[in-house]
Design a protein around this ligand. Structure first.
Ligand SMILES: [Zn+2]
Length: 136
């Protein structure tokens, strides 16, 4: 329960990691870490994909850097009216890589690989939530 509130279009209504949405409501973009082997995961997973342990803890991804990006000019189903927007891959000190949108306030000519980014919760219509990356 709860995960159906995530994003513009939800592809799952239930997940063991639904606390992700609760953390977003609190302004935190969280990933998971296996306390047994140290493997980190984003999207968050409540079972380690390396050692299969269920001893998992949450952590805030913090500030990261832009690894790569693309400007979307033809949006897929559900996103047609949002174009153009920029999809980014951000890398964080923990090693997690997070895919998400860049803040539309960042002009395309100001986007630089390696620029510092922080996550920000985005409140959508119908009590839905998502996140985007802003300049630090
Ligand atoms: Zn593990």
């Amino acid at each position: 329960m709860g995960f159906e509130r995530f994003g513009v279009v939800s592809f799952a209504s239930e997940t063991l990691a639904s606390d992700f949405v609760t953390y977003l409501d609190e302004g935190k973009l969280m990933a998971t870490k296996c306390t047994k082997c140290g493997a980190v995961s984003f999207p968050p997973r409540m079972q380690c994909t390396s050692c299969f342990s269920t001893d998992i803890e949450w952590f805030d991804v913090g500030e990261g850097k832009l690894a790569t990006y693309t400007v979307v000019k033809y949006g897929p189903l559900g996103f047609e009216n949002d174009t153009p927007y920029t999809l980014a891959l951000a890398e964080f000190p923990s090693g997690v890589k997070v895919f998400g949108r860049l803040d539309k306030a960042i002009a395309e000519e100001d986007i630089k690989i390696g620029m510092a980014l922080k996550s920000s919760t985005v409140k959508l219509a119908d009590d839905r939530v998502s996140y985007e990356f802003k300049k630090v």
